[in-house]
Ligand binder design. Structure first.
Ligand code: NDP
Length: 253
C-alpha cells in the first residue's frame, strides 16, 4: 500500500461488515493514519462491540456517533472531527454505510424506496457537503496539483447492482429500491467529481465485490477491503468521476 498514505480518514457504518474491515485494514498499514474516524449509529451499543475493543487498543481510532440520514447528526459529527483535527483537513471520506431491502418489484413501497434512497444516496450527499471544508483544507495542505486519495477524496461505496447496463443478479434478487439508490449514488459521484475537482478532491463510486457480510455472500471482507485499498492507492485525476470495482475494473454505468 506504498501509494496510499493518509493522515486522516472517516468511514461511515464502521461498526460491522466492510466498514469495520476498512478500519482494521487502515490500522494494519505500514504507516497507519494518525486519525481513523469510525462513524457509527450507536457507538456504545452491542453491534459496536468489536469497534469499541479496537478503539480501546488504538488511540488513533475515534468513534463518532453518526446517523447518515440525520442532518443534525452529520453536522455534529463534522464539528467533532474538525475539533480532533485541529487545523488540519480530512484526507479521505468513505461513504460506506448502506442498507438493502431484498424485495421483489411488486412488494416495494413508498417507505422502502424513501428509506433506502435517504440512507444510500442522500446520506453520501449530505456527508460530502458537511465535510467539504475539511476535505478542501486537506487538499490545500497537500503539495502538487494532481488528485489522489492521499490528498483528498470522497469514496462512495456503490454496488454493481446499481449498474443499468450490466444489471447484475436480477434473477437472484430484484431489490429495486437498492438498485435505484445505487444508480443514483453513481450519478451523485459523477456530479461530485465535476464540482469538487477544482478544489483538488477526487471522487469515485466503488463496488466492493459481492462480500460475505450481513448484506450478502461470497468474496471475503478481507479480500474486498484489501483490493479496494490497493485500488485507492492507484487513483489519480484520470479516474475521478468513474465507477470501479474492488479489483480496479471499470464498471459500465
Ligand atoms: P452491513 O449490513 O454489514 O453493514 C452496514 C453498515 O452500515 C452498518 O455499520 C450499519 O450500521 C451502517 N448503516 C446502515 N444504515 C445507516 C445509517 N442510516 N446511518 C449510519 N450507518 C448506517 O453492510 P456491508 O458491509 O455489506 O455493506 C457496506 C456497503 O457496501 C454498503 O453501502 C453496501 O451497499 C455496499 N455493498 C455491499 C455488498 C456486499 O456484498 N456486502 C455488495 C455491493 C455493495 P448498524 O450496525 O447501526 O446497522
Amino acid at each position: 500500500m506504498a501509494g496510499l498514505s493518509v493522515h486522516s480518514v472517516l468511514v461511515t457504518g464502521a461498526n460491522r461488515g466492510i466498514g469495520l474491515g476498512l478500519v482494521q485494514h487502515f490500522l494494519r498499514m505500514p504507516k497507519p493514519p494518525q486519525w481513523i474516524f469510525a462513524g457509527c449509529r450507536d457507538p456504545k451499543g452491542q453491534r459496536a462491540q468489536e469497534l469499541q475493543n479496537l478503539a480501546s487498543k488504538h488511540p488513533n481510532i475515534i468513534n463518532i456517533p453518526l446517523e447518515v440520514s440525520d442532518p443534525a447528526s452529520i453536522k455534529a459529527a463534522a464539528a467533532k472531527v474538525g475539533e480532533h483535527l485541529g487545523g488540519s483537513g480530512l484526507n479521505l471520506l468513505i461513504n460506506n454505510a448502506g442498507i438493502a431491502k431484498l424485495k421483489s418489484l411488486d412488494m416495494e413501497t413508498l417507505e422502502d424506496m424513501s428509506e433506502v434512497y435517504t440512507t444510500n444516496t442522500i446520506g453520501p450527499l449530505l456527508m460530502a457537503q458537511a465535510f467539504l471544508p475539511l476535505l478542501k483544507k486537506a487538499a490545500q495542505g497537500s503539495p502538487g496539483s494532481g488528485l489522489s486519495c492521499s490528498k483528498a477524496a470522497i469514496i462512495n461505496i456503490s454496488s454493481i447492482a446499481g449498474s443499468i447496463s450490466s444489471f447484475f443478479g436480477w434473477d437472484m434478487v430484484q431489490a429495486t429500491s437498492y438498485r435505484c439508490s445505487k444508480a443514483a449514488l453513481n450519478m451523485l459521484s459523477k456530479c461530485q467529481s465535476l464540482a469538487y475537482k477544482e478544489h483538488g478532491i477526487l471522487c469515485v463510486a466503488l463496488h466492493p465485490g459481492w462480500v460475505q457480510t450481513d448484506l450478502g455472500p461470497p468474496t471475503t471482507v478481507d479480500d474486498s477491503v484489501q483490493g479496494m485499498l490497493k485500488v485507492l492507492s492507484t487513483l489519480s485525476e484520470k479516474e475521478t468521476g468513474t465507477f470501479l470495482d474492488w479489483e480496479g475494473n471499470v464498471i459500465p454505468w
